[in-house]
Design a protein around this ligand. Structure first.
Ligand code: NAI
Length: 377
């Protein structure tokens, strides 16, 4: 099967998410990296692109140059990834979709709900993919959890509790570090800091595993480092459309917590727990029964969990290969065999609508507010 051609915007040298995209996209042999505009500093971007093996004439200093030069080429990219800071996602993704490219956009897909609705409409009208990198949903044991919920193994889901709380922005003396600061700067991050950065992964995961949508929510936001204009800690209560009660805590000042992303699902006939720091295990407790550890790679797992796992039982695969699973599903979709799990523009829109709802709720002292975007009510 011919390899697909891939371009990357953002994700430059030293960026947080860039390596996961490069490892993920190239892991399974579906894509070749053919073009890039990797950095907001043109020369640094060109030099780094060439160090990755991109031809000099396709190593761009700016995404607009990339778009102008690549859209007319016979060997143009099949997929372009947008891994730049949040406030740039909409403009870049819109331009790429309009030029007929399939896009994988980092989260949050946009910073406003109107922009999110526009991208969903554009993706539908152009028939181009606008996937969003909710990569944690592509871990094999997360897919196993969703399959068990879908099969009714936990009965009706009463409660979902999730945390995405780390302590890596807890040092007030590091608050002006540029790689930290943009996340709390409304001009670059949008209306929300920590909730839009990490909380939306947890909210997406709750919807994804429960196979249900967040309908309304109530939020409490805090900026515990006072120089921050946006929240660095949030507690969000929510309800899914079938009545499941949701609780979510997200923080970037929880010193001592490392990655800090976990989720528990409590149904009428059992409970599940998954944590990103032990991603190979899914812990299952049937009501009245013993707690069991299910291992990635063992017999009896669902098809998706087996498909998205490459190495033998007890060998870690980890974060870059969860991102690689997103790229595998993108390759399948581009080649005409779309799969069910890939998060698309609809997920991106639901997330940004929930972010705005949480901001509105926090400003009203935790009032319960509608969490769905107008277009999807
Ligand atoms: P970062 O600050 O570490 O790196 C950003 C990179 O984008 C840098 O290389 C910078 O030079 C480049 N850049 C900035 N503006 C650009 C422009 N106009 N054109 C080309 N390149 C540009 O940021 P980080 O943490 O890598 O975040 C980037 C995006 O990825 C954010 O939207 C963030 O929310 C998302 N992210 C997603 C994660 C996930 O688990 N899905 C994890 C971490 C970040």
């Amino acid at each position: 099967m011919a390899k697909l051609k891939w371009a990357l915007i953002g994700g430059g040298e030293g960026s947080q998410i860039g390596p996961a995209h490069r490892l993920g996209a190239l892991a399974d042999g579906h894509f070749d990296l053919v073009a890039g505009a990797l950095d907001h500093r043109p020369e640094a971007g060109r030099a780094f692109a060439q160090s990755l093996g991109i031809a000099p004439d396709r190593a761009y200093g700016d995404w607009r140059e990339l778009l102008a030069a690549e859209q007319g080429r016979p060997d143009r990219p099949d997929l372009v990834t947008v891994a730049t800071p949040n406030a740039t996602h909409y403009e870049i993704t819109r331009a790429l979709l309009s030029a007929g490219f399939h896009v994988l956009c980092e989260k949050p897909m946009t910073v406003t709900v109107d922009e999110g609705e526009d991208l969903l409409r554009l993706s539908r009208s152009t028939g181009r993919l606008c996937a969003v990198n909710y990569c944690y949903s592509a871990y094999p044991m997360v897919r196993q959890a969703r399959a068990m919920v879908r099969a009714g193994e936990l009965g009706r889901i009463r409660l979902v509790v999730t945390n995405f709380s780390h302590g890596h922005h807890g040092d007030a003396t590091d608050a002006e570090n540029p790689r930290v600061r943009w996340r709390y700067d409304p001009a670059q991050a949008g209306v929300s800091g920590q909730f839009a950065d990490c909380g939306i992964h947890a909210l997406h995961m709750a919807s994804f595993i429960c196979d249900d949508e967040v309908e309304r929510l109530s939020a409490d936001f805090a900026s515990t480092i006072p120089s921050r204009q946006l929240e660095d800690d949030a507690m969000v209560n929510f309800r899914l459309s079938r009545g499941t009660v949701g609780r979510l805590w997200t923080s970037s000042v929880a010193i001592g917590r490392q990655h800090g992303f976990d989720i528990q699902i409590f149904g009428e006939t059992g409970g599940l727990r998954w944590a990103s720091e032990q991603p190979n295990q899914l812990i299952h407790t049937p009501v009245g029964g013993r707690t069991q550890i299910m291992e990635k790679g063992e017999a009896g797992l669902c098809d998706e969990a087996r498909r998205l796992s490459r190495v033998a039982i007890a060998h870690p695969e980890g974060f870059p290969l969860a991102v690689a699973n997103i790229y595998c599903e993108l390759a399948d979709a581009i080649r005409g065999t779309p799969r069910d799990g890939l998060p698309g523009a609809e997920s991106g829109l639901r997330s940004i609508a929930a972010v705005h709802a949480a901001v509105a709720s926090a400003r009203q002292g935790g009032a319960w507010v509608e969490a769905r975007p107008p277009m999807l009510r």
